[in-house]
Write a protein that binds this ligand. Sequence first.
Ligand SMILES: O=C(O)CCC(=O)C(=O)O
Ligand SMILES: [Fe+2]
Length: 182
Amino acid sequence: MGPGGFYHPSNRNGAKLRLHMMCFGRLWDPVTKYEKSYRSDGSAPPPLPYEFISLAENAIQDAQVHGLPSTLPDICVANLYSIYDRLGLHQDCDEHVGGLDRGLPVVSISIGNSAEFLYGHTRDENTLEKVLLESGDVLIFGGKSRLIFHGVKKILSDSGPSQLFQETLLKGGRLNLTLKHH
Ligand SMILES: O=C(O)CCC(=O)C(=O)O
Ligand SMILES: [Fe+2]
């Protein structure tokens, strides 16, 4: 990808995250959060594709039977994981406080290799739940669970659909699209 494409982000301590990342629609970074419109190389995120919005809207509509509020995403954080990558436990808590309070849902779409996804209401390792996110899975968290702790413990090798890897530019690993309203 060209400007605004995948890069290797660091956290506040300067340590590299174990994934590659890019944003659509709006810039978010683990250090600068939503404060900047441009990356340090001067690039701006590409627009949020209509197809992403449409996927998220459908998922949110389906989730309304569970009482989740409706929202229109304006940012997508795309994470690209090799089978050696992972993402530590965290909350998605940099969005506007009004939306967080209302529990506006986050839509997470998994493509490629399967991931062991951990989540829980506290950081306590003993209380965390684990779910396997497979290619094509859509996970939504919102309402009272909007600020849930979550992370990717492990990417399972040899787990993605081989046809996907043959016919697309994704040649292994896992792509996650997280859509939300800033
Ligand atoms: O890759 C995933 O399933 C989770 C991504 C995530 O939590 C994030 O980008 O904030
Ligand atoms: Fe997250």
